[in-house]
Design a protein around this ligand. Structure first.
Ligand code: BTN
Length: 327
């Protein structure tokens, strides 16, 4: 157990205050180190009251996904088991995860979480604004699958996030092709995948997940195109949601779908994805480099490509990297 976990376990057992001396005796941690740890724990979101004559009392648990709390809650086999890196601020968890994956062959399941990102990245080189209150994380996976399956990973990750949001908030989250999660047609979460492929095998994939949890959507939408509507879970709910609880659910489901992809027929992911989406029949505009095609979504194929029936009745097969879809 880490020193902070030992201190927390003693504080949790104590009904009222415990003096610094007793806390030090019970934990075997020196008095001066105790007061340093108490400061750190407060910064990590725990409410710890202190009274000069009586000592310390834990009056509130944290809701931040700090590694020791997340590891305690996570019911996974390898995601979050190798290591959880938790940072107050970083440029991009995705960039850091790529560096760690490159240098560390044992990084399967490593999770990198930041409270805020200074240069968060979105798909197609867009900026991803990441203030405090959101869930900004990247997971390193080393899937034992042929490289052709990689196109399904973003669908699996989006499905995991969508289901986790539905379970923890009861909001009616939906999937929008290729890998956005929406509520009332407004984007609430996005997925970014970076991968390294060698000799037709996936060396590693980094799954970047951004969820607008307890943030103001006006802070996020400022730089986005007007056609992209965004929302946050707290705005949809009218109150804040549990970041720790939602992070746990996302990571558990991500592992579940990853294992499904390795062991069962991969198209089950797309079938499940379709059940959580209302995209079929929706009108869309396909924005290609030199033309825009109006049409209606006819299907999502088992490899994840979108079939759009154009207004002239021609069926067009599109993959996410080729086209921008306006809904
Ligand atoms: C999208 O454009 O929809 C994908 C957004 C992905 C954002 C996440 S936040 C955590 C990770 N770090 C990044 O820099 N980006 C991803």
């Amino acid at each position: 157990m880490l020193p902070q976990e030992i201190i927390l376990s003693v504080l949790r057992l104590q009904k009222g205050y415990i003096s610094g001396n007793n806390l030090s005796n019970e934990t075997g941690i020196s008095i001066s180190a105790i007061s340093k740890w108490i400061k750190i724990l407060r910064k990590c979101g725990y409410n710890i009251e202190s009274k000069h004559s009586r000592g310390y009392r834990l009056t509130g648990e944290t809701d931040l996904p700090v590694p020791w709390e997340l590891a305690r809650l996570l019911d996974t086999m390898f995601v979050g088991k190798a290591k959880i890196v938790y940072l107050r601020t970083t440029h991009s968890t995705q960039n850091l995860a790529i560096l760690l994956a490159e240098k560390n062959p044992d990084s399967d399941g490593m999770v990198i979480i930041a409270e805020q990102q200074k240069s968060g990245r979105g798909r197609e080189n867009r900026k991803w604004l990441s203030p405090k209150g959101g869930i900004w994380l990247s997971v390193i996976l080393r899937p034992r699958m042929p490289a052709s399956i990689i196109t399904l990973l973003p669908f699996a990750a989006a499905l995991a996030v969508c289901e986790a949001i539905k379970k923890t908030t009861q909001l009616d989250a939906k999937l929008r092709w290729p890998n956005d999660v929406t509520i009332s047609c407004k984007k609430v979460a996005g997925i970014l995948i970076d991968s390294s492929i060698e000799a037709e095998r996936i060396n590693y994939a980094v799954i970047g997940i951004g969820v607008n949890a307890n943030v103001k959507s006006s802070l996020i939408s400022a730089h986005l195109e007007k056609s992209i509507k965004v929302t946050s879970l707290s705005e949809e709910l009218g109150h804040e949601t549990s970041i720790l609880g939602l992070t746990k659910e996302i990571l558990e489901r991500l592992e579940y779908y990853h294992i499904q992809m390795e062991h069962s027929v991969p198209h089950t992911i797309i079938d499940k994805w379709k059940k959580n989406s209302d995209i079929l029949g929706q009108k869309v505009a396909l924005m290609q480099r030199n033309r825009t095609i109006q049409g209606m979504v006819a299907d999502v194929k088992h490899d994840g490509s979108l079939v759009v029936r154009a207004d002239n009745c021609e069926d067009i097969d599109v993959v996410a990297s080729d086209v921008y879809v306006r809904y």
